[in-house]
Design a protein around this ligand. Structure first.
Ligand code: HEM
Length: 500
């Protein structure tokens, strides 16, 4: 949209107007980073020369192109300024990533840097907390995402994938992403609330969909930088729509929390039930406000990302016949009724999922790390007036680690192993994604269910390119495909976990 406007009113006017708005309204100014002079006499990485406003527009519209160009021009580490916000320092060298991830977590504020998510996720969201409070919430949230719990999700994922994709018809093209979004929202709603049907679930899904539609466009992402766009000027304005959707979601979440508190059922295994009974080291349970914010965090972080990852995987598998053939051969070697965990361990399937998350990592940067005191990374020293950014996308495209990095080649993950600083689609340190194992399991089981049931082909007329979708990177247009045949009849469905 800004580019269309620029043609009408001229780029100089656009520049001045936008700069005025950015300078006066952008929230990063309120990031409380000290604008001290403590960067003097320190060795600092090269700074991108273009104007901060231009950088901001490109960051919104063409983030990967901006990163590629800066990397080409300035190398492994560079600083980009975006106006009155803290400049971001991007790192891609694994040695630098290791230093950042291995540093004492108390050196950094990450939550403070995630202000962009505050209006959706709330002050108590894991993504917005730091220090002891972050540690406490993480301890409470981690157990549902580990060990035995994961097994119970396996069956759920297969069944939901089967139900959602049953709508596909031979010869009728469809857009993949909305189906994957439907699978992942149903999976996360059931895993989080244990709800399979009912009015509340239906309404929650509907409002979450509406919220994502509003916030994941480029305009929606830009809204976060300009509070004026977030103002409630009535139900017709984007800000007004957002406020109303969030109020509706809150009402539903609080009603569910209250009902479940009053009828605690120890036999339930969903995440809300576990959180309601969880106690921290001091024996304290979570408040309603904390529960609301964490539920919202899991719902948002847990389904949008995974839906995009499965969509990309289907695209790559169907655009490269040799990849598909190898994967199908691996699936054919499975004995009948394989366990979900057996599927999760398949080497080539694992390599396909890793390569999918390498080439266009859905979260293309990790959370920003704001130093609380001067820190040193490699030869550089930083004050408290910058934000350090482990750049997942650029590390995943380093020529020394991933030759011909723009090519999709799962074999690279079979030929050698990569360290947690060379391949980190889920970030690292105390902020590492808590849903990583859950997301990988969902990716693998949804893919196997789909590939075992249907013959699909790409129906794209133009090359698919990655574009910004909120804070993630997704395929433009959501990938058009067509079903060319069915591999199994409804009665003789794919792996047993699907129809068990
Ligand atoms: C393919 C899917 C996913 C990808 C690529 C992904 C990626 C990421 C990344 C890059 C981070 C930042 C880590 C850092 O800064 O070091 C993160 C954080 C997080 N993710 Fe995920 N994620 C995915 C799925 C999920 C799922 C399924 C859930 C939950 C159900 C989830 C919940 C979270 C939470 C709560 C955090 C914040 C952790 C913290 O700040 O302590 N994510 N994720």
């Amino acid at each position: 949209m800004p580019l269309v406007v620029s043609r009408t009113i001229g780029s100089r006017s656009l520049f001045l107007i936008t700069r005025f708005i950015v300078d006066r309204t952008t929230q990063w100014g309120k990031c409380s980073v000290k604008r001290s002079g403590d960067m003097t006499a320190m060795k600092t990485p090269p700074s991108v020369k273009t104007s901060p406003l231009w950088n901001l527009l490109r960051w919104i519209i063409q983030p990967l192109e901006l990163l590629d160009e800066c990397n080409h021009r300035y190398g492994d580490c560079f600083t980009i300024s975006f106006g009155s916000i803290a400049p971001l320092v991007f790192f891609s060298d694994p040695k630098a990533i290791e230093q950042i991830f291995a540093a004492n977590p108390n050196l950094f504020d990450s939550g403070r840097a995630n202000w962009i998510l505050r209006s959706t996720l709330g002050d108590h969201s894991l993504l917005l907390l730091d220090g002891d409070r972050h540690h406490r919430q993480r301890q409470l949230l981690m157990p549902p995402f580990h060990g035995e719990r994961m097994r119970t999700y396996g069956q759920l994922i297969g069944q939901i994938t089967e139900k959602v994709t049953n709508h596909w018809q031979v010869g009728k093209p469809f857009i993949v992403r909305p189906f994957m979004q439907e699978i992942s929202i149903q999976v996360i709603l059931q895993a989080v609330f244990g709800l399979t049907e009912g009015d509340r679930l239906r309404q929650l899904k509907q409002h979450l969909d509406a919220m994502l539609k509003l916030t994941t466009t480029r305009f929606g992402f830009a809204m976060a930088f300009f509070p004026i766009l977030q103002r409630d000027f009535g139900a017709w304005s984007p800000g007004g729509q957002f406020v109303r959707i969030m109020q509706a979601i809150d009402q539903l979440l609080y009603a569910e929390i209250q009902e479940r508190r009053e009828n605690l059922d120890p036999s339930r295994t969903d995440i809300l039930s576990l959180l309601l009974t969880a106690r921290d080291e001091a024996g304290q349970s979570m408040t309603d406000l904390e529960l609301r914010d964490e539920l919202m965090t899991l719902l948002v972080a847990g389904h949008e990302t995974t839906a995009t990852a499965i969509t990309w995987a289907l695209y790559w598998i169907h655009s490269l016949p040799e990849v598909k053939a190898k994967l199908m051969a691996e699936l054919a070697s499975l004995e009948t009724d394989p366990e979900p965990m057996t599927i999760a361990r398949l080497p080539y399937l694992n390599a396909v999922c890793s390569e999918t998350l390498r080439i266009y990592p859905v979260g293309f940067i990790a959370e920003l790390r704001l130093p609380k005191e001067p820190v040193r990374v490699q030869d550089y020293e930083f004050g408290t007036d910058v934000a350090l950014v482990p750049c997942i996308y650029l590390t995943h495209h380093r020529k020394d680690l991933y030759p011909e990095s723009k090519q999709f080649r799962p074999e690279r993950f079979l030929e050698r192993s990569f360290s947690a600083f060379e391949f980190y689609p889920f970030g690292g340190s105390n902020r590492r994604c808590i849903g990583a194992a859950f997301a990988l399991l969902e990716m693998k089981l949804a893919l196997v269910t789909i590939l075992s049931r249907y013959q699909l082909a790409l129906a794209e007329e133009r090359p698919v390119i990655p574009i910004r979708r909120g804070v993630t990177i997704a395929p433009r247009g959501g990938i058009r495909m067509v079903m060319t045949g069915q591999r199994f009849t409804q009665e003789k469905a794919a792996p047993a976990f699907v129809s068990a």
